[in-house]
Design a protein around this ligand. Structure first.
Ligand SMILES: *[C@@H]1O[C@H](CO)[C@@H](O)[C@H](O)[C@H]1NC(C)=O
Ligand SMILES: *[C@@H]1O[C@H](CO)[C@@H](O)[C@H](O)[C@H]1NC(C)=O
Length: 472
């Protein structure tokens, strides 16, 4: 039975005529009233995806989004076929500019986002979450983020030393992104460079969630009150009990988060355009990009040399290193799931990323035996000077070379709740729909690009909330 007939069935027959006429009139009025240009804008999928040169590149169908004079790329015509899943995609700046234009800026308020630790997925989110809150608070100063070094003998010790931003990221790119789209913020190299701080800077610690009026909710729940953060934060900042003057050029107030503020900001609050571009402020540095691209090129060559059509390969993230937590999928669970995908999708070669060479060997053995699939790692693919350079890098930096190769794979398999794997699947998903893409369907093979094995039953215990708080 059709839906129409079901609905009709609920109505006394003589009453059908009037409601029908009303609906028809409403639809007609709405259609003719809407300016056709804006309707076209919404319906023109090529404009949305930015794949035609007839429309300005990546022009948002929103009044507040000025067309992208794409901060970094003067080659705006190239933006037409921008692929945001590429590791070196140009930064699309207008969504950031829109957020900055809407902020209420405060002289003398400076955010320090420098206790960023763990692997790439966590480090990015620490930095981005802190900056996003900083913009909302109207911080006109930001100290260039730094990265906490991981102890290479004890991988779970994440606080060995402070390393500069360019340990992983492209500093010039970051500065340009802010200069072009958020000029209200001044970037300081160091705390001592902030005007008026004096010799012994007083830094105030805050946990944004605590300002979130979170009565009755789970402590793990994100901060659902970010729209009110500005109000709440300034109430806290200017509370007479704190005994500090309001921030001003002469009396700066320095803010640092208590450690552990991540996956806290629901990315969809700022719209899909911002959600899918903000992460672009953190681009890998040139050395990592070069090594990663070389390894990717060599991977395709390896696949072709093995008779694989188009050089297709499976990307595997085996997350079983010593710092993996007890409740994560085991080696066997991961291997079984990955080889099942390999067989189902007919892959003959694979690239594996793992910080544990012994496990890589084990996996390669199982792959040949069970899926007739050859497996290589970055050290198999890089030669001579490139290999020397790779080996001079830290464990986490080498992981970024892996990241670039895996981004370029034809299908990716990883594990929940590794933030490296989650970031990978989200970044790869950006290939599917340009700036207006829908979110990745968590726990499925939905976009045909990635699958993460894991436990998807519990949103909090299973760390599924990461997907809602990570900017790819
Ligand atoms: C790294 O960890 C080892 C083993 O726990 C320890 O002996 C060493 O002091 C640590 N190094 C640093 C720089 O913290
Ligand atoms: C950074 O985070 C660690 C881990 O909680 C903490 O012990 C340390 O005090 C933090 N450092 C700063 C400067 O906030």
């Amino acid at each position: 039975m059709g839906i129409g007939r079901q609905l009709v069935g609920f109505m006394p027959r003589r009453n059908i005529f009037l409601p029908t006429i009303c609906i028809v009139l409403l639809i007609a009025a709405w259609t003719f009233r809407a300016p056709s240009s804006s309707v076209d804008r919404w319906l023109d999928t090529s404009a949305i995806r930015g794949t035609t040169s007839a429309t300005p590149p990546l022009t948002p169908p929103f009044p507040h989004g000025p067309p992208s004079q794409s901060s970094q790329s003067s080659q705006s015509s190239h933006d037409n076929d921008v692929d945001l899943s590429a590791p070196d995609a140009p930064f699309v700046g207008w969504p950031l500019r829109r957020v900055c234009d809407e902020a209420s800026w405060v002289h003398g308020l400076v955010y320090i986002c420098d206790n960023n630790s763990g692997g790439i997925g966590n480090i990015r989110n620490y930095i981005q979450t802190c900056i996003r809150y900083g913009i909302e608070a109207g911080a006109t100063g930001l100290v260039l983020p730094r990265i906490r070094e991981r102890n290479e003998t004890d991988l779970s010790d994440l606080f060995a030393d402070y390393l500069p931003f360019n340990y992983m990221f492209d500093e010039k790119h970051f500065r340009n992104a802010f200069a072009a789209n958020c000029p209200q913020i001044t970037l300081y190299d160091d705390i001592k460079d902030i005007p008026g701080v004096g010799g012994d800077p007083y830094i105030e610690y805050v946990t944004p969630k605590k300002l979130g009026d979170r009565d009755g909710c789970d402590w793990k729940d994100q901060n659902r009150h970010t729209d009110r953060f500005n109000d709440q934060f300034h109430k806290w900042l200017n509370d007479p009990k704190r005994g500090r003057p309001s921030p001003s050029a002469n009396h700066p107030r320095l803010i640092r988060f208590e450690w552990g503020v991540l996956w806290d900001w629901l990315i969809y609050r700022d719209g899909p355009e911002f959600a899918n571009t903000f992460g672009g402020i953190l681009k890998f540095n040139d050395q990592l990009l070069r090594l990663g691209k070389t390894a990717l090129k060599n991977m395709h060559a390896y696949a072709l040399a093995n008779g694989v059509e188009n050089g297709k390969f499976l990307g595997v993230h085996l997350r079983t290193e010593s710092d993996a937590l007890g409740f994560w999928p085991t080696y066997n669970t991961q291997t079984e799931a990955y080889l099942k995908q390999a067989t189902k999708r007919g892959f003959e070669v694979a690239y594996i990323a793992t910080g544990d060479p012994l496990e890589a060997q084990n996996f390669a053995g199982a792959a040949i035996e069970m899926a007739r699939m050859r497996v290589v790692t970055k050290t198999d693919l890089l030669k001579g000077k490139d290999l020397e350079e790779l080996e001079s890098l830290s464990w986490d930096q080498q992981g970024l070379v892996d990241f670039i190769v895996l981004l370029g794979s034809d299908f990716f398999v990883g594990a929940m709740p590794s933030s490296f794997s989650v970031y990978m699947a989200m970044k790869r998903h950006l290939k599917t729909g340009g700036l207006y893409t829908r979110p990745y369907k968590v726990g499925t093979e939905g976009d045909g690009l990635s699958y993460l094995v894991g436990n998807y039953k519990k949103y909090w215990e299973g760390w599924l909330f990461m997907w809602d708080g990570m900017w790819p």
